[in-house]
Design a protein around this ligand. Structure first.
Ligand code: C2E
Ligand code: CA
Ligand code: CA
Ligand code: CA
Length: 272
């Protein structure tokens, strides 16, 4: 910096450059990790609230990097989307999760597998082909696979997504809206897309035992879903009081630390 007055600016600039460097490093590590398949999947069970039995597993990506340690998906997924690496990573998740579900089924446990899909995975228009191939290779029945989409996916590229969802629905693949309530206020898509369930975001579920308004909101979402013939999954159930309230409100399923966090294959098998 030539002038004193610029010091502040330079300091911010240095910080920004550092951030960009970190991001660049993270991107390089991510690219390497995708190439070397350094990812694993953790599985979080979903429970039927009335029977307290496991109905399915949600596959959640885990990345342990030798240099960076455990990198949370909230950090690397957006980066994988930005770089397009999510395409390859997404196929890996589908393959691995469907193969695992098939293996659990062969051991005598009937359960569904839920896989998170990001908007980018619809961009090339080949998601139905990718899913068909994975189902054929793993031998998993299409109705045992549920794809989780956020509201924003249904809003962007509306026709492209709708078309592919229809093809997948014909196969028997199911769809859930993830983080329901955090996206858009226009609910028109609920009747326009082929959906099977709504996953109520944990930001609403977290405080239902403490806050009457949050309870009213969750209650309303459950009524709405039921009137549309959709299942409801409450995310982030952490305590028995919340479970009681959800049951009373007519919620069908739940997921959360009250039962289990996302765990390894072996730990999940022990829960079955
Ligand atoms: P999500 O799909 O909403 O997944 C639920 C997240 O909440 C998971 O975090 C899970 O570990 C956490 N969670 C579950 N129960 C509780 C609870 O009772 N309390 C609290 N506080 N948290 C709970 P995770 O595994 O860190 O994943 C974060 C996000 O990363 C996911 O949110 C999803 O959007 C994304 N993600 C993870 N795996 C994949 C993937 O394979 N593909 C894509 N596209 N996104 C993924
Ligand atoms: Ca999800
Ligand atoms: Ca969610
Ligand atoms: Ca989320």
């Amino acid at each position: 910096a030539k002038k004193m007055g610029r010091n502040r600016f330079c300091w911010y600039k240095a910080e920004m450059e550092q951030q960009q460097l970190d991001k660049f490093n993270l991107m390089m590590r991510l690219r390497l990790a995708v190439k070397q398949q350094l990812f694993t999947l953790a599985y979080q069970p979903t429970y039927d609230l009335t029977t307290q039995s496991i109905t399915g597993a949600e596959a959640l990506l885990r990345w342990f990097d030798a240099e960076l340690g455990q990198v949370p998906p909230d950090v690397f997924i957006p980066l994988a989307e930005e770089t397009g690496l999510i395409q390859e990573l997404g196929i890996f998740v589908l393959q691995k999760a469907c193969a695992q579900a098939k293996s659990w089924q062969e051991s005598g446990f009937s359960l569904n597998i839920a896989v998170n899909i990001s908007a980018i995975q619809f961009k090339q228009g080949d998601l139905p082909a990718v899913v068909t191939k994975v189902l054929a290779e793993t031998g998993l029945a299409p109705h045992a696979l549920e794809l989780e989409l956020t509201e924003s996916v249904l809003i962007e590229d509306r026709m492209l997504v709708k078309q592919q969802m229809e093809q997948l629905s014909v196969l028997g693949v199911r769809f859930a809206i993830d983080d329901f309530g955090t996206g858009y206020s226009n609910l028109g898509y609920l009747s326009q897309f082929n959906l099977n369930s709504l996953k109520i975001d944990r930001s609403f579920v977290a405080r239902i035992a403490q806050n009457d308004k949050d309870l009213a909101l969750v209650d309303g979402i459950i009524q709405l879903a039921r009137s549309l013939g959709l299942d409801t999954v409450a995310e982030g159930v952490e305590d028995p009081q919340s479970l009681k309230l959800l049951l009373r409100a007519g919620c069908s399923c739940g997921q959360g630390y009250f039962w289990s966090k996302a765990v390894s294959v072996d730990e999940f098998s022990a829960l079955l």
